[in-house]
Design a protein around this ligand. Structure first.
Ligand SMILES: *Cc1c(COP(=O)(O)O)cnc(C)c1O
Length: 221
């Protein structure tokens, strides 16, 4: 895989409004450096242990996004450096992030993960639970969290119709939430949806942030 070339191919077709997160999980530091040297600065990882090693060893101006299921007891390891936690899937997790961010005197960007796929094992709030969260004033209490938007993962399927439907639904929800609860909060602006196999569909449906792994780095080791 020529990483620099793949990055170029993907970025060439990206609308300016869409941010590319390079998902480097299971890939070695030299692969990440290749992408870094080609200009990429935002990287996504889904395991805490792996992320903290990479963060120590790689350039400090990398913006790290956590995209996997995050266990409460591991939050403390990433709080000192993490830029965005895209995979916030419970209120308990929000509380822990806010507490530890306060201790570190940092503000952490987070995305609320919405469960949009058919698979049961995927994480995230249901639409209903997310709406209830936004309706409550709970988020206002978290001074060390910046709520930057929503994240979702479509069903793993070849059926474009199914994926498009899931992305369209999430996009509608995002617009509605933004209008109703974040009208005066410009930080709420990211709709993170789209991976290697479905990102063109996601962009078509209004994604502002895509998370691409294998199309940049090749298959995971
Ligand atoms: C692994 C992963 C990606 C990237 O997947 P690819 O199919 O390799 O592009 C994106 N988002 C999340 C949440 C992931 O876990």
């Amino acid at each position: 895989m020529n990483i620099a070339r793949q990055l170029h191919v993907i970025k060439k077709k990206l609308p300016a409004s869409v941010t590319l997160v390079a998902v480097s999980k299971f890939h070695a530091n030299d692969a990440i450096l290749e992408a870094y040297e080609a200009g990429q600065r935002i990287f996504g990882e889904s395991r805490v242990q792996e992320l903290i090693l990479k963060q120590e060893q790689l350039p400090k101006d990398i913006e790290w996004h956590f995209i996997g299921h995050l266990q409460m007891n591991k939050v403390k390891y990433i709080i000192p450096f993490i830029h965005t936690i895209q995979s916030v899937d419970s209120i308990e997790l929000l509380k822990v992030i806010n507490q530890l961010a306060e201790k570190s005197n940092r503000t952490i960007s987070i995305l609320i993960q919405i469960h949009i796929a058919e698979e049961e094992h995927k994480y995230g709030f249901s639409y209903k639970d997310a709406e209830n969260l936004f309706k409550s004033s709970l988020l206002d209490d978290f001074s060390y969290i910046s709520v930057s938007g929503l994240m979702g993962m479509a069903t793993w399927t070849d059926e474009m119709k199914q994926i498009r439907k899931e992305f369209a639904e999430l996009s509608r929800f995002f617009q509605q939430i933004k209008k109703e609860y974040f009208a005066n909060k410009p930080d709420f602006k990211e709709l993170s949806m789209g991976m290697s196999n479905d990102y063109p569909l996601a962009i078509e449906q209004g994604s502002t942030m895509i998370r691409i792994g294998s199309k940049i780095f090749g298959e995971r080791r």
